[in-house]
Design a binder for this molecule. Structure first.
Ligand code: CUA
Length: 310
């Protein structure tokens, strides 16, 4: 299972932050041990005992005062230098044009690949080993993109694009989440970054560019009809379906190929697809998808149709 552990960096950008944290942490621990140790030693060694004279008093010692000014000064300079170096490594200047645009919505992520024209949601595929420049935007409120193993966190600000670099050293799945409170379902804005071998990434990209699978049987044809008549079409796009080109909500052209539903709240299985369509407000209260009153048979048809969109 994938985790989102910031202490397990899997990219040069995340590693720069991790290394800074470790080196600074060691310095802070040493300072604590020396200062606390000195206090404990002084308390025990120079404890006042009855009948004993006061220990020797030292005042205005130039050696002591210069020493305890210069040492902290050098420590601060060193921390400043390694912090600057880590900032440069973790956050290089953006490329002239981004490889990926990630837009935060209440409560999901839109991912557009300007180079190829792919649009998807919540599940972001990247080629392993290649740094991608990501432009972060928001459609509504502040969100924050954070995939701890791969990169720094950065806020998605409406009307003000921010940039990060994203890379995974090895193929694998990496979990991230929105880390800026953005409303009732802030906790269910998961990001799944899937790093593929470059050839598999090309394959994925080609598959995503295909138009949607046409209905193959009566049930899925009814499902498509429901998609068009039950107002799904007012928010969701399915490329290849005439009129279905609004992207207020996730693009569903290849929804069946994604691993999760509702930005991570459910595994994407046909049964869960049906559950989700039956009552999104029960599964993800406050999500912007309302409950629709459709019959069980219609539910079967609509979920079967959407599950075929691979
Ligand atoms: Cu989006 Cu929190």
């Amino acid at each position: 299972m994938q985790t989102s552990n910031a202490l397990d960096p899997q990219s040069p950008f995340a590693r720069a932050i991790y290394d800074l944290g470790i080196v600074s942490g060691i310095i802070f621990a040493l300072i604590f041990i020396i200062v606390a140790g000195g206090i404990v030693y002084a308390v025990l060694r120079f404890r006042g005992r009855e009948g004993e004279p006061d220990p020797k008093q030292i005042a205005e010692s130039k050696v002591v005062e210069i020493t305890w000014t210069i040492i902290p000064f050098l420590i601060v300079i060193f921390l400043f230098a390694i912090t600057l170096r880590a900032m440069n490594r973790a956050d290089p200047p953006p490329a002239p044009s981004p490889d990926l645009v990630v837009t935060g919505h209440q409560f999901w992520w839109q991912a557009d690949y300007p180079g190829s024209g792919v649009t998807t949601a919540n599940e972001i595929h990247i080629p392993a080993g290649k740094p991608l420049c990501v432009r972060l935007e928001s459609q509504d409120v502040l969100h924050e993109f954070w995939v701890p193993k791969l990169t720094r966190k950065m806020t998605n600000v409406p009307g003000h694009p921010n940039y990060i670099w994203l890379q995974a050293d090895k193929p694998g799945s990496y979990i991230g989440q929105c880390s800026e409170f953005c409303g009732t379902q802030h906790a269910w804005m998961r990001i799944l970054v899937v790093a593929d071998e470059p050839s598999r990434f090309e394959e994925w990209q080609r598959a995503q560019l295909e138009v949607a699978q046409a209905p193959l049987n009566h049930a899925t044809a009814k499902g498509l009809e429901l998609f068009r008549t039950q107002t799904c079409i007012n928010c969701h796009a399915i490329r290849g379906v005439p009129g279905a080109d609004l992207r207020v909500a996730p693009d569903l052209t290849h929804v069946g190929s994604r691993k999760q539903l509702g930005a991570g709240i459910l595994e994407n299985t046909p049964a869960n697809m049906r559950l989700w369509l039956k009552s999104p407000q029960h599964i993800k209260p406050g999500a912007l998808m309302p409950d629709f009153s459709i019959t069980d048979e219609e539910l079967d048809q609509l979920s079967e149709y959407l599950s075929t969109l691979r």
